[in-house]
Design a protein around this ligand. Structure first.
Ligand code: SAH
Length: 232
């Protein structure tokens, strides 16, 4: 079973974009996942192919129309389609590695990319969209956010990452940021690789890495420690 992504967008040319290269691109070619970029404008009904209108209540900007978006979503995900329907949105729940894992274990995702001021609230409610944010900042559109989400998901699909173990030891997987990495040369601009890493003592190395990960997390992301007790 391969992961099927359907992305609803005003800019289908943005896909697969960066996901057509490297690991994700090879997996796309191999059929490990599929990507369909659906042009929202195809579902407009008027002569000018209008997808947005002025906000009810006034104010700046434009709002994407519920009726046009509903047609596009119903085309992408007809009744019976079990894939979660996501709306990329700065108001959404921040994306986490845990949610990424869940998505990667499922059949795929239908992803709506907003533009302008966003989408009509009634569409979100009527189609049960899950709002997902990629961080506390504003993008000009949902497309880069969708690319970020799909990149995170695709690398977890079976067979995509060469070395599967590296996925499990990464930042967030155990509630901690990852320890620092080093490689040759042995000395760089007067800075040696920490002795313990060249000691060959695997137990000591594991302890050092664990301690560094905890220190880094305490310094940079104490919220992660509060969110989840340390896995021992
Ligand atoms: N007026 C909105 C921002 C609209 S930005 C507000 O203040 O909340 C236009 C579109 O970009 C959004 O509809 C959404 O699809 C996308 N977008 C912007 N920032 C995002 C973020 N941090 N995460 C996910 N999508 C985002």
């Amino acid at each position: 079973m391969s992961f099927a992504a359907s992305v609803l967008t005003l800019y289908p040319e943005m896909f697969p974009g960066a996901l057509g290269l490297s690991l994700a691109g090879r997996a796309l070619e191999a059929g490990t996942w599929s990507l369909e970029a659906i042009p929202i404008r195809d579902f407009a009904t008027d002569r000018h192919r209008t997808v947005d209108d002025t906000p009810a209540g006034g104010g700046a900007g434009m709002v994407m129309r519920a009726d046009v978006l509903a047609k596009a979503i119903d085309h992408a995900a007809p009744p019976g389609d079990k894939r979660p329907r996501l709306l990329m949105s700065p108001r959404g729940k921040p994306l986490t590695q845990a949610r990424v894992r869940e998505l990667a274990a499922g059949p795929g995702a239908v992803i709506l990319c907003g533009r302008f001021e966003g989408v009509d609230q009634r569409l979100i409610e009527a189609r049960g969209l899950e709002e997902v944010s990629v961080g506390d900042f504003i993008l000009s559109g949902g497309e880069p956010a969708a690319l970020v989400l799909l990149d995170a998901v695709v690398r977890l699909l079976p067979g995509v990452m060469g070395n599967a173990v590296s996925g499990e030891e990464e930042s967030f997987e155990n509630g901690l940021l990852e320890h620092p990495h080093y490689t040759r040369p042995q000395e760089f601009e007067g800075r040696p690789i920490p002795d313990v890493l060249i000691s060959g003592n695997h137990k000591k190395i594991a302890e050092w890495r664990r301690a560094e990960a905890e220190k880094l997390t305490r310094e940079r992301r104490p919220d992660l420690l509060r969110a989840q007790p340390l896995v021992k």
